[in-house]
Design a protein around this ligand. Structure first.
Ligand SMILES: Nc1nc2c(ncn2[C@@H]2O[C@H](COP(=O)(O)OP(=O)(O)OP(=O)(O)O)[C@@H](O)[C@H]2O)c(=O)[nH]1
Ligand SMILES: [Mg+2]
Length: 445
């Protein structure tokens, strides 16, 4: 029996004590094993039907009274026979059931193995598999909604449509190269250029959606940076209303980056407290400062807390909110001056938790802009984004001057662009291209 054929089980609900627990079993021996542990003849069972059953271990001791829901191959999630066992939500019962399933020849599933079987049995494509993961992990309502559109296949269909456009284009070029007897090169190249350009625009729109989906699914990364002692850790604690980071008046207190998930309105936000930037000989602090520099580059938003004593590090203005902290130590006049002279900055007191509402709403404004989209479908993984970006690069190469005189070069770059779709969706076979040649052109005429 190959690893793929083995019968596997896993807890599908949250571990720990709860009203109910759900254990899923899938693989070719599923029904056989279920018959043994329930002492029931389940031959008569129908797809998507539930049945209450007593469950016994290998020594005939009662484990639990559970409800079993049956899914028959090929209509289950994995494409194989599958049973969902709903037990009482006690980890001891779950553990007993796991041991029994093992005694009867099943094994514990690897992470993602149910979905990987669904993919291998052609129940879903890779894009749907990744969207399934996003649905489970999405940290906002909008993230769940866009991931669900991916699960039901809308994103796959959109990508397949783009891929088919490229397949069709390539077929036309192949036809011109191999079959056509007319000297039609110029017209074919002109049409190809036009279509490649349109496809690039479509793909670029999709590529841009990944940043939005990563904000909605994983949370926007907001890095709090500045010189030591400006109050970065105090600000983090104030924003999450918890003593998460250590605060002292010793410069260089924070060394490692500290992450904390919170919500600003409906936006998930990962706040990052970082090591204060300064010249130092301390080895550990320097590693922390290196991490801060990386976070500055990758963050979606930067809270750059200003220091009056030192030169402040310059960060990308489009994603930066400049903050003046410790307003409780300023005079009313000083605060007013800052607010008048630097209207885009926010004046706060992390200690007194004042100015935080303004900071939150300024952040939300940026996030609204960053997640605004006319697209309803968002790419759900970095892998998809990387593959489409590379594909676009190949398409652009097909449009460079030298290519435009040689159909063969355009076709070559189109093939490379299409290969990237294999990473996203599955294989583009030569057959597929050939099929298009013959169905879209009347060769017999
Ligand atoms: N008065 C006042 N003191 C503050 C405020 N925010 C922070 N502090 C104080 O400033 C000192 C440094 O605060 P931290 O939050 O540790 O500063 P930091 O920027 O994280 O410092 P490093 O981790 O060393 O880079 C502490 O004594 C805080 O109590 C504020 O709004 N008002
Ligand atoms: Mg700190």
């Amino acid at each position: 029996m190959t690893k793929q054929q083995e019968t596997i089980y896993a807890l599908s609900s949250t571990p720990g004590r709860s009203a109910l627990s759900i254990i899923r079993v899938t693989g070719q021996d599923t029904f056989l094993i279920i018959e043994k542990i329930t002492k029931n003849n389940i031959k008569e069972i129908k797809h998507q039907k539930s049945k209450p059953c007593y469950i016994y271990n290998i020594n005939n001791d009662l484990i639990d009274k559970s409800v079993l829901t049956f899914y028959c191959s090929p209509n289950s999630y994995t494409g194989e026979d599958l049973v969902e066992i709903t037990t009482h939500g006690n980890p001891i019962i779950v553990n007993n059931l796991f041991n029994t399933l093992k005694d009867f020849g099943a094994r514990l599933a690897n992470p993602g193995e149910f979905t990987s079987r669904a993919y291998h049995n052609n129940k879903i494509d890779l894009v749907q598999a990744e969207s399934t993961l996003s649905v489970i992990n999405a940290k906002s309502k909008a993230g769940v909604e866009s991931s669900l559109r991916g699960v039901v296949g809308k994103l796959s269909n959109r990508l397949k449509k783009i891929k088919n456009q490229l397949v069709l284009l390539l077929s036309e070029l192949e036809y011109e190269l191999d079959i056509s007897e007319t000297d039609n090169n110029k017209t074919v190249v002109n049409t190809a250029v036009k279509n490649i350009n349109t496809t690039i625009i479509e793909m670029e729109k999709l590529v841009k959606t990944y940043n939005k989906s990563s904000i909605l699914n994983d949370g926007a990364r907001v890095a709090i940076i500045g010189a030591p002692n400006v109050g970065k850790s105090t600000l983090l604690n104030a924003l999450i209303d918890d003593e998460r980071a250590i605060v002292t008046d010793i410069p260089g207190t924070t060394r490692d980056t500290i992450e904390s998930l919170t919500y600003f309105s409906n936006y998930p936000v990962i706040l990052l407290d970082t090591a204060g930037i300064r010249e130092t000989k301390d080895k550990i602090e320097n590693i922390g400062i290196g991490k801060t520099m990386k976070e500055i580059l990758s963050a979606d938003i930067i809270y750059n807390i200003q220091s009056s004593k030192k030169t402040n590090i310059k960060t990308d203005t489009k994603k930066t909110i400049k903050i003046y902290n410790k307003s409780d130590l300023m005079t009313k006049k000083e605060i007013l001056e800052l607010q008048t002279n630097k209207p885009s900055c926010v004046v706060v007191s992390a200690k007194d938790k004042s100015g935080l509402t303004e900071l939150r709403s300024k952040t939300e404004e940026i996030l609204k802009l960053k997640t605004a989209s006319t697209e309803s479908l968002f790419l759900s993984s970095k892998r998809q984004q990387a593959a489409l970006t590379t594909s676009i690069k190949h398409l652009k190469k097909a449009l460079v001057k030298e290519s435009l005189v040689e159909i063969e070069i355009i076709a070559h770059n189109l093939r490379l662009a299409l290969n990237e779709f294999d990473w996203v969706l599955g294989k583009t076979t030569t057959d597929e291209i050939l099929k298009n040649v013959f169905t879209n052109f009347c060769v017999g005429k």
